[in-house]
Design a protein around this ligand. Structure first.
Ligand SMILES: [Zn+2]
Ligand SMILES: [Zn+2]
Length: 337
């Protein structure tokens, strides 16, 4: 008889998360099975929830996974049973397409997304290809590591690949699930860090996390306020709000760059504005497992930690609905030891 496990599934596009008993997955050649201890909840879980981008249902969401390798498939060399590991958004590459052969694995034409292309971490166990797995440093607990696997890596990677150098001004729009990590990373990377958020409720928190300046975008337009502070080399937008992002272009210094992580509405900016000050509006997309490893190691080195709220698997639906109100990052706890 096949062993079963508890998992949260999306069974219908737009339907609620459902707790179900499903077979424990077996690792195929080149795959590892992870006994999940913690899985972060992310806005990206909306992709399986609504069956977007070709997600086949039923699907187990969850792409901020932290746990322990408990079985390995044939030909797995680098991972052993007992290793503490994380699995993030990027679910593996084909290694043979044009972009992989250039070493640009994030842009693999066959790239997969954990919890969308295949089942993710809202479950007691999940399997992943060995190239999608990153080791968790001993100094991080599972629930601390989980949110770094998507929210963390995205902020860290976008910032470290931006052109900003030590002492440059970097603004972070949003003090939420990704923003509160981005502020910490920006500060620890040596940037003069400006937090931008609506209202003053999160000002104290933002400053505790490392923000040197705080802009309340309800008092004056955020871009204007950043410009009054001398302008930013980089503005990292962590919240999907096209109107705010369009205005934030006004806060860039010459040669500055607005970096967006997501968004469904068009950002409005004239070619004249872009050309005159040689500005750019660009995007950033996640990273591969080695980037996750770098993110976690940097977090340990410089004391970056997510602020989390933990929930049992059974509360996944409620926690997802409350995500925007949540205290920064929700984490589901699966196995406790
Ligand atoms: Zn490829
Ligand atoms: Zn995510």
């Amino acid at each position: 008889m096949t062993a079963t496990m508890r998992a949260v599934q999306v069974q219908q596009a737009g339907g609620p998360f459902v707790v179900a008993d499903v077979p424990v997955p077996e690792p195929k050649p080149g795959q590892v099975r992870v006994r999940v201890h913690a899985c972060g909840m992310c806005g990206g879980d909306a992709i399986p929830r609504f069956g977007l981008f070709g997600t086949q249902l039923p699907r187990v969401p969850g792409h901020e996974i932290a746990g322990v390798v408990d079985a390995v498939g044939d030909s797995v060399q680098v991972w052993q049973v007992g290793d503490r590991v994380g699995v993030g958004w990027s679910g593996g590459s084909d290694f043979t397409c044009e972009f992989c052969r250039r070493g640009d694995f994030t842009n693999c034409v066959d790239r997969t997304v954990v919890g969308s292309s295949y089942d993710g971490g809202y479950a007691e166990y999940m399997v992943a290809p060995q190239d999608a797995v990153a080791p968790i440093p001993d100094a991080l607990s599972f629930e601390e590591a989980a949110p770094l696997m998507c929210g963390g890596i995205t902020a860290f990677n976008a910032l470290r690949h931006s052109q900003a150098g030590p002492g440059d001004t970097v603004a972070v729009q949003g003090v939420g699930g990704v923003g509160h990590l981005a502020i910490q990373f920006a500060s620890r990377m040596g940037f003069r860090t400006v937090a931008i958020n609506r209202g003053r409720a999160k000002e104290e928190l933002a400053r505790q996390l490392g923000a040197d300046e705080y802009v309340d975008s309800t008092e004056q337009p955020g871009g204007e306020a950043v410009r009054a502070l001398g302008g930013a080399s980089v503005i990292l937008c962590t919240v999907d709000h096209a109107d705010l992002q369009s205005e934030l272009v006004n806060g860039l210094r010459p040669n500055g760059r607005l970096i967006v992580l997501e968004g469904q509405q068009p950002i409005q900016v004239t070619g004249h504005v872009l050309a005159t000050d040689r500005l750019s509006v660009s995007g950033w997309y996640s990273g591969v497992a080695q980037d996750s490893e770098d993110t976690m190691n940097f977090a340990v080195l410089r004391g970056v930690r997510p602020i989390i709220e933990t929930h049992p698997l059974e509360d996944a639906e409620q926690a997802f609905q409350n995500m925007s109100k949540a205290n920064l990052r929700n984490v589901l706890l699966l196995h406790m030891n």
